[in-house]
Design a binder for this molecule. Structure first.
Ligand code: SF4
Length: 342
């Protein structure tokens, strides 16, 4: 197996020299740029990240500015990217870099790995791309390419499989470690696509590829999910006063979307009677209650099924923060799960 991987190095590097995409975070090998982009790319597609990345860099051009930004402003800047713990960890790590490393980015994968939010993959990506440390950076793209090239039927969702692929790659990584890792990921993105229709006839590895030779591209990689998803039902209320102010509140409990803002909501789907009781409890006197829509939002292991209601009326209590639509847009991070109802 090792031999078959050794001979992917040259064709891959040659292919990448020609086909590498120009991306904003590839303009230089500045660790701050590479790090932020890698974190954004973890759960978001490249095209979406392009927009957010430029905006983020304008607001926070370096580690020092990231370490100083108030959490609310940071979450606002991250709005739309989802998985907000990524943003919080970025800031925490920036604070550690300022305090413990005098603002200078740690260079080795081992040191990077100790920072919040930086796992094996990101540490490998930053250390290899920015400092050419010969360490692998194994993401879903890399796992797919290697499973197909080697014809492996190991479940790529298992940590042991990732470990084994990392070990195999560690043995063949050339001196241009960053370029090699980027090339492998780029091939997975552009050519060896996940949907069973990779562009094998234009692939630099087709001569070495078991899946191509044996017509197994539809079967590989093997992905067997073991996580059970949980369903949560919610009723969400867009409370609007006669002068157009909207009720929001901060999610203070630790966990999902902590620190973000939300529209008032309650667990379960409410009956008319329950809605009336809630309005009384919130001291909101409705003049109109209207069902808006059903919506579903998927988090990593939880699916929210929501029913949204628009309630117009008069606020006579101290519940909630009442903001104008412009204030909501500018100053309060509102997750996509709630934005659906706007
Ligand atoms: S030949 Fe096809 S299946 Fe094999 S690595 Fe290339 S694109 Fe992927």
């Amino acid at each position: 197996m090792q031999d078959s991987l050794q001979n992917i190095v040259e064709p891959l590097l040659q292919w990448y020299a020609v086909h590498k995409r120009e991306l904003p975070w590839r303009r230089d090998r500045e660790p701050y740029h590479v790090w932020v982009s890698e974190i954004m790319l973890q759960q978001t597609r490249i095209e979406a990240v392009r927009r957010y990345y430029e905006r983020f860099m304008q607001a926070l051009p370096d580690v020092a500015s990231l370490s100083r930004i108030p959490e609310d402003d940071l979450l606002k800047l991250w709005e739309g990217l989802g998985y907000y713990s990524r943003a919080r960890n970025l800031r925490k790590a920036a604070q550690i870099i300022m305090q413990d490393y005098n603002g200078i980015f740690p260079r080795s994968a081992q040191q990077l790995r100790k920072l919040p939010g930086i796992g094996e993959y990101t540490a490998g990506a930053v250390a290899s791309i920015c400092f050419d440390e010969r360490v692998p950076a194994v993401d879903g793209n890399v796992l797919r390419v290697i499973a197909r090239v080697t014809g492996s039927r190991e479940n790529v969702l298992l940590p042991e499989t990732k470990k084994a692929v990392s070990a195999r790659l560690a043995d063949i990584i050339p001196e241009q470690a960053g370029t090699f890792n980027e090339a492998l990921m780029e091939l997975g993105e552009l050519v060896c696509s996940p949907d069973g229709t990779p562009d094998c006839t234009h692939c630099p590895l087709s001569a070495q590829c078991t899946a191509y030779r044996d017509d197994l591209t539809g079967e590989l990689p093997v992905r067997i999910k073991s996580v059970r998803r949980r369903r949560e039902d919610k009723t969400v209320f867009l409370l609007i006063t006669d002068d157009g102010r909207i009720a929001i509140e901060k999610r203070t409990a630790p966990g999902l979307l902590s620190g973000m803002y939300q529209f008032p909501n309650t667990d379960g789907f409410c009956t008319d009677g329950q809605i009336a009781a809630l309005m009384e409890q919130w001291q909101f006197v409705p003049s109109e209650i209207r069902f808006i829509r059903d919506a579903k939002h998927a988090f990593t292991h939880i699916d929210w099924y929501m029913k949204g209601y628009l309630v117009r009326g008069t606020n006579s209590g101290g519940h909630f923060l009442w903001v104008s639509p412009a204030e909501l847009e500018q100053s309060y991070p509102l997750p996509t799960a709630f934005r659906i109802f706007l």
